[in-house]
Structures are given as structure tokens and as C-alpha cells.
Design a binder for this molecule. Structure first.
Ligand code: COA
Length: 338
């Protein structure tokens, strides 16, 4: 049975059951990824940026004979932003190939259509059943990135320490756990606005103006995701010349996510990319005792960044693709197939 579901008011048992399904999916599809924990799971599912909405549905098994609620075996949510709905679907491995995934997508797509949105986008992990699933529904591939993972146990910390200091004169690095300090927010947002040569895909929104940046940091904190930032400051102008952002999620604190890394055009060629990333890893090592890995996503064309990541020890892991489809076309196609 598929029903609309609100993580803010769901029972703790439902949140735990959804987490079990997510971990069964990870074990089946991405066995090298760490399992997720319950910590801040409700907030992760419920909290959004101002102006965005997330609508969720679950597929729940029948009530057991003893009256205990059935397990959550499928889940879909759609995040409505701009003119696009960003979809995420999960089906427990024991329930696959019965049409449940298709039903969940249809339920969400109908709502996205009713709400007047144009298209649906989804992140699809390479070499998993999701590729054949979305292609069978008519989605097309828009963009491909490579996910790479750094195993911290293999890092040469002495070498990293040299990289962290190998920056030209006239710049200095600053480490800011929690996000940039308020007095640097404007300069920080300017750096992000100027350069879009970043390490994230279109479905992971970046923040380019100060208010949106504050909202985005606030939203991360509410979802249990702790941001860390290393900045390169240009001493002469006080401008932010480069920045790198890593988030440690309460849900999987052994593996952190690299977000944006930016070096502003005028400040390229001074060793900033390498230095800020190296300094970040050194800071994380002391700030996050449980951390063992960092993952990052790169456009395949971004050779300069891939080179620095390889030097740091990142190993390519999977393709990470963005697929999309026109909502009306999807609803029509799925309705016609019923
Ligand atoms: C992708 C997913 C949602 C599909 O769910 P499902 O309930 O098995 O999908 P359906 O039964 O509705 O399949 C619909 C169609 O998709 C295609 N399809 C789905 N899985 C497929 C597979 N493993 N191989 C080939 N085709 C497949 C088929 O055409 C299928 O129709 P058919 O069974 O009549 O041939 C499910 O595998 C899943 O949850 N994957 C994890 C998704 C994810 O986001 N993971 C993130 C962390 S990895």
C-alpha cells in the first residue's frame, strides 16, 4: 500500500523501518558504502531550505498478526525546487521487480504534474539496477560525474602537511568548523558566485548570495550535517580566493562528503586547490574521530581537479549520473502502461 507520509510526524518505528530498508538497499547496491545510522534521520528527511518543499510517500507491508505495524518496504520523495522535482526512490531488495518502484514513481510524478512543475530529475548510481529502471521509464541521461573515495588510512600525512603549506606568499588559510564566520559571508558568497567550476552536480544546489548561503548552512545543521570550511584569503584585498567545503553527516559520520571546491579565476596557479584540500583533511583528522573516508564527485571533464584529487589519494569509485524526463510525458507513459 502506497500512502503519503510525513517524516515530521511519523512514528519512531517507521523511521527505523525506513532506515532498515535504506541499509538493505545500500548492502545490495553499494556494499562498500557505510550503513546509515538513526541519528538525525528524521531531520534529514524532513528539513528543507526556505522556498523548497519535499513530499514523501511510503509503501508499507500489511500489519502483522500481533497488530504491530508492517515494515516500510518502499519510499519515494520529491523535492520541489525551481521548475523541477528531484526524485529519490528506494525499494527493499526483497520486493524488487514486482512493479513497486514504478508505482512509487507514478505516485510522485502525478503530484509533481499537478503542482505545475515541468520536469523530474534523479541521481542514478552507475552499475546498479536503478540505471535499467529509469531507462525503462524513459528518463534520459543529462550529466555524468565520477564519485571518488579517499581512504584516510592510506594517506601520507607528512606529505599532506607539506601540500597544506605549499601556497604562494600573499595568501593564508583559515579553517572554520560549522561554516564561514559572519564577517566573511559576503566575500565567501562572491567567490561562489563568480566561479561555477565546482565539484557538484546541478541537482545539488549551491548558494551564490549571502542570504541563500546562510539559509543553506542553517538547513545543513538542521539536517544533522556538519559543514567544515577551509578558505584561502588573499591578504592584499581580503577577498576569498579559494574555498573547500566538507560535510560530515550524523547519518554516516565515518564517510564525509566533499561539497564545493572553488578557486577564483584570478587566483589560479598559486597552489590553492591542493593546499586547501590538504589542510581540510588534516583538520578533519583531528576534529572527527570516527572519520575514515571522504567521498567527492567530479565532472569527468574537470581534469585539473581530478589530478589534485588523485595526488591526495582519491580513487574513482562509480559513475554518478543525472537523469531527467518531462513530467507530462512520464505520467502519460506510466498511465498508458497500467
Ligand atoms: C531502482 C529501483 C527503485 C527499482 O525498483 P523495482 O520495484 O524493482 O522496479 P519495478 O519492479 O517497478 O521495475 C520496473 C522496470 O524497471 C526495469 N528494471 C528494474 N530493475 C531492473 C533490473 N535489476 N534489471 C533490469 N531491468 C530492471 C524493468 O524494465 C522493470 O520492468 P519489468 O520487471 O516488468 O521487466 C530499486 O532497484 C531500488 O530501490 N534501487 C535503489 C535506488 C537508489 O536510489 N539507491 C540509492 C542508493 S544505491
Amino acid at each position: 500500500m502506497v500512502r503519503e507520509w510525513d517524516p515530521r510526524t511519523a512514528s519512531s518505528a517507521e523511521i527505523a523501518s525506513l532506515l532498515d530498508t535504506l541499509n538493505a538497499v545500500l548492502a545490495a547496491d553499494l556494499p562498500q558504502d557505510p550503513p546509515w545510522r538513526e541519528s538525525s534521520m528524521r531531520e534529514y528527511l524532513a528539513e528543507v531550505m526556505p522556498g523548497e518543499r519535499r513530499i514523501s510517500w511510503v509503501a508499507q507491508a500489511e500489519q502483522a498478526a500481533d497488530g504491530s505495524p508492517g515494515a516500510i518496504l518502499g519510499h519515494v520523495h520529491v523535492l520541489l525546487l525551481g521548475d523541477i522535482g528531484v526524485l529519490e526512490v528506494l525499494v527493499h531488495p526483497s520486493e524488487r521487480r514486482t512493479g513497486l518502484g514504478r508505482d512509487l514513481v507514478l505516485t510522485a510524478a502525478r503530484r509533481v504534474y499537478q503542482e505545475g512543475f515541468q520536469s523530474i530529475g534523479v541521481e542514478v548510481v552507475g552499475d546498479t539496477p536503478a540505471v535499467a529502471f529509469y531507462e525503462s521509464l524513459g528518463f534520459s541521461k543529462e550529466y555524468v560525474e565520477t564519485r571518488s573515495v579517499l581512504d584516510l588510512s592510506g594517506v601520507d600525512w607528512a606529505e599532506l602537511s607539506e601540500m597544506a603549506t605549499g601556497i604562494s606568499a600573499g595568501y593564508h588559510l583559515e579553517f572554520h568548523p560549522g561554516g564561514p564566520p559572519d564577517e566573511l559571508i559576503e566575500a565567501y558568497a562572491r567567490a561562489k558566485a563568480e566561479v561555477r567550476d565546482v565539484e557538484d552536480g546541478e541537482l545539488r544546489p549551491s548558494s551564490y548570495d549571502p542570504q541563500r548561503l546562510r539559509d543553506s548552512l542553517d538547513c545543513l545543521h538542521r539536517r544533522g550535517m556538519k559543514p567544515y570550511i577551509v578558505l584561502a584569503l588573499h591578504e592584499q584585498t581580503g577577498e576569498v580566493a579559494g574555498l573547500t567545503e566538507v560535510v560530515v553527516p550524523a547519518q554516516h559520520p565515518t564517510r564525509a562528503d566533499q561539497y564545493d571546491t572553488i578557486v577564483v579565476q584570478d587566483h589560479r596557479g598559486y597552489g590553492i586547490d591542493r593546499a586547501i584540500k590538504a589542510r581540510m583533511l588534516m583538520e578533519l583528522r583531528s576534529a572527527e574521530a570516527e572519520l575514515t573516508e571522504v567521498q567527492t564527485w567530479n565532472a569527468q571533464a574537470n581534469e585539473a581537479m581530478l589530478k589534485v584529487n588523485a595526488e591526495l589519494g582519491y580513487r574513482p569509485d562509480r559513475e554518478w549520473c543525472e537523469y531527467s524526463i518531462d513530467v507530462a510525458e512520464l505520467v502519460h507513459r506510466l498511465d498508458a502502461g497500467r
